[in-house]
Design a protein around this ligand. Structure first.
Ligand SMILES: Cc1ncc(C[n+]2csc(CCOP(=O)(O)OP(=O)(O)O)c2C)c(N)n1
Length: 762
């Protein structure tokens, strides 16, 4: 498979790092610019060079380097304390007070969680995680997800201390304000350094499962014994609220099943949620449940000051390779607040000036709001710098081994070819650049091609795409044989076969959607799809909404898209679903009518990497219609056939999906009677909306008010297309159990009904 860019992986790897804003060029994700390090004023540090300490292990090097290479403070107002622990606590308190001050200034937000989770957050960002604040998109970074997104001031404070340009002091002061990089919940599209968008509880931990899955999959495909190109952890902090949500259980069940050993979740066990003590509604044994889900479980009993306990737990978690780990960390919400700690009152409101003062006294914090003491800045950054330079060397060495292979130094010719192919695939996955000519793989159809259900035509597209898109993977929620989603050339992604690409989600629609969001956000060239019956988007709607909001280009393959599914009846027959997704911002709702439109829908979906697509597909067979096209699909609405002239048809018939055939039959009928009829396919309202006014006028001329639409779903919204003088034929009640043909007839979704409506209008 050819890569579309002229850069080889080796050139890309060797090229110098480039600067970027919030939207880095794709190749920027490859780089680990080890010599471009963050500095604060007063910090005089020379980054170490590769030759200075080539053999240190990641876990020991940071602390050792700190003691070996102290940074001299030139302008220290505060001095370095005598012990690390005292400075560590000062640094942790900095996080607490940044959260307190930001919430106080905004008079809105959630100080309790950051105050309680500051120690584990600090240890994560300062001692443990591998990341590059100067290139938040470096592809082998450890991923962090704050599933309890309401506690976002914890993450903002950590990103600030870690030296991310996205969070400066003024950003902290602008917490929750218009246009700030510090919105009310973490948003990946606003704040570099934030991996996924969290806030709806439970979504984040499920995203993290997707991130960890992606790592395991890519590592299995691309790592070699002597070059571990893909090798990172996924860390999560989740609270009681996330633990109560069903989606978390769905996703964590899969994480256990898949043996995602590099997923480490910190459960903030503080026993408080909004309504009070969790004992009013949540008394299960989370530990036992997680053990049952196949997780390794560790309990840190003192999450407030048990720093070594936290460190030991992480160390232990890392020794467990075949299971994800849940570290239950018992903390006190609002730790440090003398009158509000351990109560729901500190969960989601500002402490208030009096209590802020009391907390300052209690924790011995003499500083002004938003102050970060100089020694804290240095303390945090020294560790980041030291670790950073170490992994820079590690990554560079791994990549160099790969380069040797790429240069053909291995003497097995077939292996060399494989490695070149793999390198090109990996580059495409990391950069998000689609391989040149990928769309040519999509199947094409003529009117003579056999009639088929669009779910089957979809399967042809999925399998064609899997051959040319290295990052294409997905599956169904236990309906693969109905959704027609299996990739025939691949096996199942399982614990011991993570290199495969068929994901088996079991009956877990909500978890499936959120896991796919995580996969999509892991690396730009990973393109996840997931499937169920269209009606069950109800079960995963929250995840779909987060796809749209967080710009995750997930492809939702939704079959059994109408009453056309027949005998399963109203529980399975979507009615309001098309309209509901047309109402959702930043999502493409596509309802193809035949093979060419299905191929067109996939083309659009693959190209839209920052916008999810839903493909509504039929269970029943449909003919290949003359006049449908991929190019038409790309316009959203287009003329399929027309016997009018001068852009003045007597009537315009508009159909989508399976009803385009019905509209087409009606058009034939009306033309026989001498009418000038335009037949329009309206596969995607969103794409049509994006066309020029001139194009829209060429399809739906304003002067032609005789318009009839037909769609086997609610008529809600169609008045926008047919106008007040037109007629929308649809179904404004729940469906029924019967063979499909009978239901269509009973509900008046017929060519006769279209003909009658058209005649009444023209
Ligand atoms: C799906 C969902 N339901 C409800 C909420 C509103 N909400 C925000 S935080 C919260 C309580 C969370 O409790 P916990 O996780 O224990 O957080 P802590 O009190 O420790 O900050 C609720 C119900 C939400 N954000 N998402």
């Amino acid at each position: 498979m050819a890569a579309s860019s002229s850069l080889t992986l080796s050139q890309a790897i060797l090229a110098p790092p480039t600067s970027h804003g919030s939207n880095p060029p794709p190749s920027d994700r490859l780089f680990l610019p080890i010599f471009s390090l963050p500095t604060y004023s007063g910090l005089k540090s020379t980054p170490s060079t590769p030759s200075s300490h080539p053999t240190r292990s990641p876990t020991t090097s940071r602390r050792r380097l700190y003691s070996l290479r102290p940074v001299r403070s030139s302008a220290a107002v505060e001095t370095l304390p005598k012990t690390d622990t005292a400075l560590l606590e000062k640094s942790i308190n900095t996080i607490r007070f940044l959260a307190i001050d930001a919430v106080e200034k905004a008079n809105s937000g959630h100080p309790g969680l950051p105050m309680g989770c500051a120690p584990m957050g600090h240890i994560l960002y300062d001692e443990l995680m591998r990341y590059n604040p100067k290139n938040p998109y470096w592809f082998n970074r450890d991923r962090f997800v704050l599933s309890a997104g309401h506690g976002c001031m914890l993450q903002y404070a950590l990103l600030h201390l870690a030296g991310y340009d996205s969070i400066k002091e003024e950003d902290l002061k602008g917490f929750r304000q218009w246009g700030s990089k510090t919105p009310g919940h973490p948003e990946n599209f606003e704040t570099p350094g934030v991996e996924v968008t969290t806030g709806p509880l439970g979504q984040g931990i499920a995203n993290a499962v997707g991130l960890a899955l992606a790592e395991k999959h890519l590592a299995a495909r691309f790592n070699k014994p002597d070059s571990e190109i893909v090798d990172h952890y996924t860390y999560v902090i989740l609270g009681d609220g996330c633990q109560m949500e069903g989606i978390a259980n769905e996703a964590c069940s899969l994480a256990g099943h898949w043996g995602l050993g590099k997923l480490i979740a910190f459960y903030d066990d503080n026993h408080i949620s909004i309504d009070g003590d969790t004992e009013i509604a949540f008394t299960e044994s989370v530990d036992t449940r997680f053990e049952g889900l196949g997780w390794h479980v560790i309990w840190v009993k003192n999450g407030n000051t048990g720093y070594d306990e936290i460190r030991a737990a992480i160390k232990e978690a890392k020794t467990v390779k075949d299971k994800p780990t849940l570290i239950k960390v018992t903390t006190t919400i609002g730790y440090g607040s003398p009158n509000k700690a351990n109560s729901y009152s500190v969960h989601g409101s500002a402490l208030g000036a009096k209590e802020v003062d009391a907390t300052r006294k209690n924790l011995g914090w003499p500083y002004e709001p938003f102050h970060v003491p100089e020694d804290v800045k240095k303390y945090f950054l020294i560790n980041v710098l030291a670790f950073f330079s170490h992994i820079g060397i590690g990554a560079a060495m791994s990549l160099r081994v790969l380069l040797l292979k790429l240069s053909g130094m291995l003497n097995l010719p077939n292996m060399r070819r494989n490695i070149k192919e793999e390198a090109s695939e990996l580059k495409s996955i990391i950069s998000g650049e689609l391989p040149a000519g990928w769309e040519k793989a999509l199947p094409t159809y003529t009117p003579e091609s056999p009639a088929d259900a669009t779910r089957n035509l979809s399967q042809q597209c999925l399998n064609a795409l899997a051959k040319v898109l290295p990052g294409f993977l997905g599956g169904s929620a236990d309906l693969a044989s109905s959704n027609m989603t299996l990739l025939k050339m691949f096996g199942d992604f399982q614990k011991n076969t993570p290199e495969e690409r068929n994901l088996r989600f079991g009956v877990r629609e909500h978890g499936m959607g959120a896991i796919c969001n995580g996969i999509a956000h892991h690396t730009p060239g990973l393109i996840p799809y997931c499937a169920t019956f269209f009606v069950f988007t109800d079960y995963m709607r929250a995840a779909i909404r987060i796809s749209a909001l967080s710009e995750a280009g997930v492809i939702y393959v939704m079959t059994h898209d109408s009453i056309g599914l027949g005998e399963d009846g109203p529980t399975h027959q979507p009615i309001e679903h098309l309209a509901s997704f047309r109402a959702m911002p930043n999502i493409l709702m596509l309802r193809p009518a035949d093979g060419n439109e299905t191929a067109g829908a996939y083309k659009v979906a693959i190209l839209n990497r920052k916008r999810p697509s839903i493909l509504a597909l039929s269970r029943q067979k449909l003919p290949q219609l003359p006049g449908t096209s991929v190019e038409g699909v790309e316009k959203g609405g287009y003329i399929v056939s027309d016997n009018s002239s001068g852009n003045k048809p007597d009537v315009i018939l508009i159909g989508t999906g399976s009803e385009l055939e019905i509209a087409s039959k009606a058009a034939d009928e009306l033309r026989k009677e001498g009418k000038a009829v335009r037949l329009v396919s309206f596969i995607s309202w969103e794409l049509f909306d994006e066309q020029s006014n001139a194009y829209k006028e060429s399809v739906l001329p304003e002067a032609v008010t005789a318009r009839v639409s037909i769609e086997a779903g609610t008529t809600f919204g169609w008045e926008k297309i047919v106008g007040t003088k037109g007629k929308a034929i649809g179904i404004d009640r729940f469906g029924a159990s019967a063979p499909a043909g009978k239901i269509y007839k009973e509900f008046g979704i017929t060519a006769e009904a279209v003909v009658a409506a058209a005649k009444a209008l023209c």
